[in-house]
Design a binder for this molecule. Structure first.
Ligand code: FNR
Length: 352
């Protein structure tokens, strides 16, 4: 840590851990089952080796990236994470103020309208389809009215994963931490009840349904195979988020980075490809871009930043990764995110 805060994401994680209640820390950090997929997400990046091109004469790189018609300062956004007020009293409002592309969870702990009023960057809404479609519909309408720009349908959670740490801790949301956009729905309290209302029989028609109730583009989050990515596009999606929910749903699912090339190849440019899971360094971001992602989303590190320093901490986390990305691009001779190609990757250190 220096005066400006931690200088790596690991530093932010350590600072957050020191501040948070241990059961809250476990809720944020934990995964499903034996946490194999959680670990695999991180390990996948440890084996990446980047092959630099030298003496390119290209000068300083830029990180600007166009996603769904909007220019992002860097190909890095904020993944949907429930209950930011667990990390900071201002919750999602403080996160939005940091000004980065932000996917707001259905289980946000501040209202969509308050978040939109504070936001200094593009907002998307993450959607869980409840059995009571009227609840989801109302949420989508509110988001669209508040200026949200896209919907992200989470497809990997027909029910909540079995999170052993939470079961062991008997984890309950602390008083005052509530799903602020589900109040008055009849299942906002106790909040666990809302999780029981997930539609376990959801199918691809949910994409068309979302498009019928909204004019916003829809991305499908939780896609881990090329064939499902193609189905998402056939169903009317604008793209996919390659995700295993940060290892919190199907334990045993592959690391997202490992399946990214298959999905990028299947879509071959016909749809936005985002990825999340275990991205902790600028070099990880560049590896994802080289493997076919248009941009990445960060999950847990954002809550670490929020817990550590509110809006400044979130900006700090995203700033560290953006700076690392810029440096890695410079050192590898990659002038822009669009120039990151598979040839950048090679010489894996893993015993294959
Ligand atoms: C999540 N994630 C998640 N996903 C989603 O679609 N809706 C949600 O409400 C949540 N909530 C949530 C809470 C917490 C505490 C965590 C850690 C994760 C999953 C999230 O969007 C993302 O897929 C992973 O967090 C990405 O992995 P990393 O960056 O955390 O390794």
């Amino acid at each position: 840590m220096n005066d400006a805060g931690p200088i790596t994401l690991a530093g932010y994680a350590a600072a957050a851990r020191a501040r948070l209640d241990p059961a809250v820390w476990d809720f944020i950090e934990g995964g499903a089952g034996d946490e194999r997929t959680l670990a695999a997400n991180l390990t996948a990046f440890e084996h990446v080796r980047l092959r630099p091109r030298v003496l390119t004469g290209l000068g300083l790189p830029h990180t600007k990236t166009e996603i769904l018609g909007r220019v992002w300062a860097a190909p890095i956004g904020i993944a949907p994470l429930a209950y930011h007020t667990l990390a900071h009293p201002e919750g999602e409002v403080a996160t939005a103020r940091a000004g980065f592309p932000f996917v707001v969870s259905t289980f946000a702990s501040r209202t969509l309208e308050d978040i939109a009023a504070a936001a200094a960057g593009p907002l998307w809404l993450q959607v869980y389809c409840f059995r009571d479609r009227a609840v989801t519909r109302r949420l989508v309408e509110r988001a669209e009215n508040a200026g949200f720009e896209a919907l992200v349908l989470t497809a990997d959670a027909p029910r909540l994963g079995r999170r052993v740490r939470d079961l062991r801790n008997g984890f309950r949301l602390p008083p005052g931490v509530v799903p602020a956009n589900l109040t008055g729905t009849g299942f906002s309290s106790p909040s666990g009840h809302a999780l029981a209302e997930f539609d376990a029989a959801l199918d691809w028609s949910a994409v068309a349904w979302l498009r019928s109730i909204s004019s916003l583009p829809v991305l499908v989050k939780g896609v881990l195979t090329g064939s499902d990515a193609l189905r998402a596009m056939e169903a009317g999606a604008a793209g996919v988020v390659v995700s295993n929910h940060g290892g919190r749903q199907l334990d045993g699912a592959p690391a997202t980075f490992d399946v990214l090339p298959e999905i990028a190849a299947a879509l071959s440019g016909n749809g936005v490809v985002l990825i999340d899971g275990g991205i902790r360094r600028g070099a990880d971001v560049l590896a994802c871009l080289a493997s076919g992602a248009d941009a990445v989303l960060l999950g847990r590190p954002v809550l670490h930043g929020l817990a550590t320093g509110g809006t400044g901490g979130v900006a700090g986390v995203l700033g560290v990764v953006t700076d690392e990305l810029t440096e890695t691009m410079l050192l590898t001779g990659t002038p822009s995110p669009q120039d990151a190609r598979p040839e950048l990757l090679g010489g894996t250190s893993s015993p294959q």
